[in-house]
Design a protein around this ligand. Sequence first.
Ligand SMILES: Nc1ncnc2c1ncn2[C@@H]1O[C@H](COP(=O)(O)OP(=O)(O)OP(=O)(O)O)[C@@H](O)[C@H]1O
Ligand SMILES: [Mg+2]
Length: 448
Amino acid sequence: MGLRSRIHAQEEPGPGAGPGDNNRLVAVYRGKLLEEIDLAEMSALSTADRRDRLERVLGHILSREGPVLSTQQRSLLIRRVVDEALGLGILEPLLEDASITEIMVNGPDQIFVERSGRVEQLPLRFASEDQLMQTIERIVSTVNRRVDESNPMVDARLPTGERVNVIIPPLSLSGPALTIRRFPRAYTLAELVDFGTLDQHLVLLLAGLVRAKLNIIVSGGTGSGKTTLLNALSGLIPDGERIVTVEDAAELQLQQSHVLSLESRPPNIEGKGEVTIRDLVRNSLRMRPDRVIVGEVRGGETLDMLQAMSTGHDGSLATVHANSAEDALLRLQTLASMSEIKVPFEALRDQINSAVDVVVQLVRHPDGTRRLTEIAVLASHGRESFRIATIAEFTAEPLTPGGTVHGRFRHYPIPRAVADRLYLAGEQIPQAFGVHLDDSQLSTREAQ
Ligand SMILES: Nc1ncnc2c1ncn2[C@@H]1O[C@H](COP(=O)(O)OP(=O)(O)OP(=O)(O)O)[C@@H](O)[C@H]1O
Ligand SMILES: [Mg+2]
């Protein structure tokens, strides 16, 4: 049964008068079920067999002493009790539903999901704060983590790939909060073109830039599709190059044969053993990579990454959280200044001007679509203020409230300096762009 029909079924008047009664029935029969089963025998079964077995035992219990129920109500009750007994209770069907990309639980009474880019509240809730805490504890214990008053925040990746964040009272004022992000699907650039994120001309250009080993920063807000685009761009790196990826939670799915994936590690329960992104970026440079890919720069590791980019690891890629191409550069400068190596602010500009070649900006529109809104190349040098030249942009038509975002991609001549690098690498300039012949005449924007 798909999620929609399941939720729909739960909205129907179920066994008992209201949702409270429903939850009470589930709790009662969950208790009875757990009394009747042999846990040792259960643990020897596969998950599917376990579900089967629980359903059968519960069926017997209901026939023996259950309330009078319609077939639909009965199978719904069985489903919910078994889901609860097996694991994550009302979250189970949500986790099963592939169209859901994010589950957000704000205390026991509010469950939101993101589906196709849109967030909606579901008519579901946990029976109590205790029940939600039990579910949370079950989730975090699968990764040997603990959540309690002395350790009220947990960020972890499940063995199945989902990323889980938990924060509980007193830090969270709305009750225990649980956020589950499904392991992002790896989309190809062709799929992203189908979604309208970018067009075919942009794909050709980006492919050339990646193969010609320009350093590219993918910038965007939360959930704007940075990791997804980074993954698709990484797919264009020719096989045979030695690639080292560094991430907080390994999300990239590279298909090349020579890839080393590094993942940072939070401190353990005693607060020991932490390995930061920074440690990994530094370590990656000692691994003789052709390219370094940093999932997201958030702090001092930015300085190490910039150094890598300007010292022979051309063709490196990273994402940064920023709302425009200019902001991305200023943000890199701020992040790099967070390193414990104190580099004067102007010197960081020099570092960025020589390291970064291209910024690709992404936006998540109100209608849920993710769009590439700009490709900008750096036109500044040395310690000059950042200046960028737009080579592609998306111009949106005025949005009608609640409507979808329409618009079109525009392509501009590529600065000579970048075109030369493409030529040198044997890449074509895609026809939609052409080449700007004299870079001193280039129209640029300054970042301030
Ligand atoms: N171009 C796209 N079109 C449609 N959906 C997309 C696109 N890019 C990403 N998504 C979906 O949006 C969600 C967020 O994507 P992704 O993780 O790539 O974003 P992000 O910017 O890296 O997020 P974060 O800020 O959390 O790191 C995922 O469910 C992903 O499948
Ligand atoms: Mg990301």
